[in-house]
Ligand binder design. Structure first.
Ligand SMILES: C[S@@+](CC[C@H](N)C(=O)[O-])C[C@H]1O[C@@H](n2cnc3c(N)ncnc32)[C@H](O)[C@@H]1O
Length: 493
C-alpha cells in the first residue's frame, strides 16, 4: 500500500541538478531544440563565472548543425551584449528579487527576453521552450515563476512596440561593475552612453582586400555575386584596402578567400597599420633611392598573433622588407603561420618567432646589436575593452585587478621596444582598449617616470579623439571600427 506521507522519489534529473544551475552534463540528454537553448544557458553561466568563450565555444557547439550553431551564436552573443537592459526587464516582472542561488534562472529568463525582443521566434514558442527547459532539468517548483515572468516581459515588450527601453547612466552605474565606473570616470556623460550603446550593437564586418588584386576587379567580383559593400566616409582616416560588408556572410564563401585575396579585419586594426605605413612613406623610406631598395627595412611586429597586422604590413610594405613577427604563445605563433599560409605570404623575409619580447632573444638582440629595427609595431596585450561588442564575454571575465598587471606588462614591452629601435626609428604602440590607464596615461608615465627618450609623431587627426598622448577611437554606434588606441613615437637620432 502507498504511504501518503512518503515523498515521491525524485526523477534522475532532479537528483543530479545542482541548486546553482545546470551543467553541460545535465543538458546532454535534453532533446532537440531545447538542448540548443539549454547549452547556450550553460555557456552563459560559464561566462558569468569568468570563463572566456574563446576556449569553450567550440567544445559546447561541436555537435550542432550549422543552423543550430547560427541560432545559438546569435542567442548567446545578443543576450550577452544586451544583458543589463534585458535583466532590468526581467527584474520588473519579478514579485521579489531572486536569491543569489537563482542567478542561473535570471540568465535563463534573460535568454528568453532576448528571443522575445530580437529573434524571429513566435512568443508562445519562446516561452514554452524556456519553461520546458526549467521543467526538463527537474526544477518543477520554478516552472510557474519562469512562465509568469516571461509572459510579463512579453506584455511589456509588446506595449513598448518591441523596443527595449534605453537605460540611464545611473542604471549602469548602480549595477556596481568596475568597468562601468572606470569608463564613466574616463569618458563622462559625453561618451559613456554612446559606449554602452556601441557595446550592445552587433559589430559590422570589415574586409582588407590584398593589393595582389585590384580593388576595382575585386569589387566587380563581389557585385557579380550580389554581395553589397559600404565604403568608408571621409570623416575617418582613409584606408584604401578597407571595405565593409553590408550583411554578414560566411567568410570562407567570399570570393578570393581561399586564394588569400582578403582578410576579415576591423577598420581600426587596418587603420593602425595604414597610419604606420603613411609615416614610413612620409619619412621617404620607401622611395626608389631610399632604404627599402638598397637596405631593406627591418620591421618588428612585437606582439603579432594571430597575424592580422603582420599580413597587412607584408601587403603594404616593399617585398624585400624583413619582418620579424613575435608572439609569446607557441600555439598562437602557429596561428600566424596558418594565416600567412592561407594568404600565401610566407617567405624568407618573414621570420615567425616564439618569444617573450621582454626577455633577451638571440635573433632579436642581433638586430639590436646591428643598429636596431627601423619600425616596431607594439600591438600590446590589453583589456580588450574596445572590442566588447565583438567579444561580449570580456565584460564578464575581465577583472579589475587584471588591469594593473596589463599596465605593467605594457610598460615592460614599451621599454624593451625603445631599446630595440634604431635612432630615427618609429614605434607604433596600439591597444584595443578604451581605458586611459592602458593608453594615454600609460604613455604619459613612459615619457616621464619611465624615462623614455622617444618623441611623439603626430598622425591623421581622423584616427580618433586627440588625447594628451595619441588618439583614441571609441566604439560608438555611429563611428567605424572597434575601440582602439594609437600613439606613434620616434627615437631621436
Ligand atoms: C592584441 S594581441 C596581438 C594581435 C595582432 N597584432 C594582430 O593584429 O593579429 C596581443 C598578443 O601579444 C602576445 N603577447 C603577450 N605578451 C607578450 C610578450 N611578452 N611577448 C610577445 N608577445 C606577447 C599575446 O600572445 C597576443 O597574441
Amino acid at each position: 500500500m502507498n504511504n501518503p506521507k512518503k515523498k515521491a522519489a525524485p526523477s534522475s534529473s532532479q537528483k543530479k541538478v545542482s541548486k546553482k544551475g545546470p551543467s553541460f552534463d545535465d543538458v546532454k540528454k535534453i532533446p532537440g531544440q531545447l538542448k540548443t537553448r539549454a547549452q547556450v544557458l550553460v555557456l552563459m553561466l560559464e561566462v558569468q563565472k569568468g570563463a572566456s568563450l574563446q576556449h569553450s565555444l567550440d567544445r559546447a557547439f561541436q555537435d550542432f548543425s550549422p543552423q543550430e550553431r547560427g541560432f545559438a551564436l546569435e542567442l548567446l552573443m545578443g543576450s550577452l551584449r544586451d544583458y543589463i537592459p534585458l535583466q532590468m526587464e526581467v527584474r520588473k516582472c519579478l514579485a521579489k528579487p531572486l536569491k543569489s542561488s537563482g542567478k542561473w534562472l535570471e540568465a535563463l529568463l534573460v535568454l528568453g527576453a532576448y528571443q522575445l525582443t530580437s529573434m524571429n521566434t513566435p512568443a508562445r514558442a519562446v516561452i514554452h521552450s524556456m519553461v520546458e527547459i526549467v521543467r526538463t532539468l527537474g526544477y518543477d517548483h520554478l516552472v510557474g515563476l519562469a512562465n509568469g515572468v516571461l509572459r510579463g516581459v512579453q506584455r511589456n515588450i509588446e506595449a513598448a512596440n518591441g523596443e527595449l527601453k534605453p537605460l540611464a547612466i545611473h542604471d549602469y552605474l548602480n549595477e556596481g561593475h568596475w568597468l562601468h565606473a572606470e569608463l564613466f570616470k574616463n569618458w563622462r556623460k559625453e561618451y559613456f552612453p554612446g559606449i554602452m550603446q556601441g557595446y550592445a550593437s552587433k559589430p559590422p564586418l570589415y574586409m582588407r582586400i590584398s593589393r595582389k588584386v585590384s580593388m576595382e576587379s575585386y569589387l566587380q567580383q563581389l557585385q557579380d555575386e550580389e554581395i553589397s559593400v559600404r565604403f568608408l566616409p571621409d570623416t575617418v582616416m582613409p584606408v584604401p584596402q578597407c571595405i565593409q560588408l553590408e550583411e554578414s556572410q560566411r567568410v570562407s564563401d567570399l570570393p578570393g578567400y581561399h586564394e588569400g585575396l582578403l582578410s576579415i579585419q576591423d577598420y581600426s586594426a587596418q587603420a593602425c597599420v595604414q597610419a604606420l605605413v603613411n609615416q614610413i612613406e612620409t619619412e621617404g623610406w620607401l622611395q626608389a633611392e631610399g632604404v627599402a631598395k638598397s637596405q631593406p627595412l627591418k620591421v618588428l611586429d612585437a606582439c603579432a598573433a594571430p597575424g592580422g597586422k603582420t599580413a597587412a604590413l607584408i601587403d603594404l610594405l616593399p617585398e624585400k622588407t624583413m619582418i620579424h613577427a613575435v608572439d609569446i604563445e607557441s600555439s598562437r605563433v602557429e596561428r600566424i603561420r596558418e594565416n600567412m599560409h592561407r594568404l600565401n605570404v610566407l617567405s624568407e623575409n618573414l621570420a615567425l618567432i616564439c618569444a617573450d619580447l621582454s626577455k633577451p632573444h638571440e635573433i632579436i638582440d642581433q638586430v639590436a646589436h646591428d643598429g636596431g629595427y627601423d619600425v616596431i609595431l607594439l600591438d600590446a596585450p590589453c583589456s580588450g575593452t574596445g572590442v566588447i561588442a565583438r567579444h561580449p564575454d570580456i565584460f564578464w571575465c575581465r577583472r579589475e585587478e587584471d588591469i594593473q598587471v596589463l599596465v605593467e606588462t605594457q610598460r615592460h614591452l614599451l621599454k624593451r621596444a625603445e631599446a630595440l629601435l634604431k635612432p630615427g626609428g618609429l614605434l607604433m604602440y596600439a591597444t584595443c582598449s578604451i581605458l586611459k590607464r592602458e593608453n594615454t596615461d600609460n604613455i604619459e608615465w613612459f615619457m616621464t617616470e619611465g624615462g623614455s627618450q622617444l618623441e611623439v609623431v603626430p598622425m591623421d587627426a581622423r584616427l580618433g579623439l586627440q588625447q594628451a598622448y595619441g588618439y583614441q577611437r571609441l566604439p560608438l554606434p555611429d563611428s567605424d571600427g572597434d575601440g582602439f588606441y594609437y600613439v606613434l613615437l620616434r627615437k631621436p637620432r
